[in-house]
Write a protein that binds this ligand. Structure first.
Ligand code: FEO
Length: 186
């Protein structure tokens, strides 16, 4: 009997989207671990900011899950790799956040390349949201690095670190395009 294939995703794109879904889940775990580290070191403002950002990454993961399902593809949930070691300092924490966002941007670009190769314009179009989001995410990470660089980097005084921590307690969760994204409204 002929069974019609109703998936609107090629196996290659489906695999790449599932991999990206796991990478966003990994990013959520990375932010979660840095947040817990910051809380333990007494940086409660930084911790609060990073905990909220971990939620953002989970929203990114859900956005991909919902897209795969919408295209009648198969979602494959696998184990999430553990985050790296804890940061050595607040300066190092912000450097690691930036490096992790740049790495994620590369992975998003690879998916855009793949959708272009396959002429999968629906996925290409879907991925543009992430391309735009990564501009915001990198810009946010850069602003964290600027703050600590101005404060003296690894040599920042206790007062300067206290001010950064207080600033971040009141900072918005993220740039506006990410703030709008929730699991219900990705
Ligand atoms: Fe899901 Fe921070 O990018």
């Amino acid at each position: 009997m002929f069974i019609m294939d109703t998936s609107r995703l090629s196996k290659t794109i489906e695999k790449a989207l599932n991999a990206q879904m796991t990478k966003e889940a990994h990013a959520a775990q990375v932010y979660l671990s840095y947040a817990a580290w910051a809380a333990d070191k007494g940086f409660d403002g930084v911790a609060n900011f990073l905990f909220r950002h971990s939620g953002e990454e989970r929203n990114h993961m859900m956005k991909i899950v919902e897209y795969i399902l919408q295209r009648n593809g198969k979602v494959t949930v696998i184990a999430i790799p553990a985050p790296d070691a804890d940061p050595a300092s607040l300066n190092n924490c912000f450097e690691k956040v930036f490096a992790s966002e740049v790495e994620n941007t590369k992975e998003i670009y690879n998916l855009v390349d793949l959708s272009l190769e396959e002429k999968d314009w629906a996925t290409w179009n879907f991925m543009q949201w992430f391309v735009k989001e990564q501009i915001e995410e990198e810009s946010l990470a850069l602003s964290l690095m600027s703050k600590i660089r101005i404060a003296g980097g690894d040599k920042a005084s206790g007062d300067a670190l206290y001010n950064i921590d207080r600033d971040l307690a009141n900072a918005p969760d993220d740039a506006p395009s990410a703030e709008d994204a929730t699991t219900a409204n990705p």
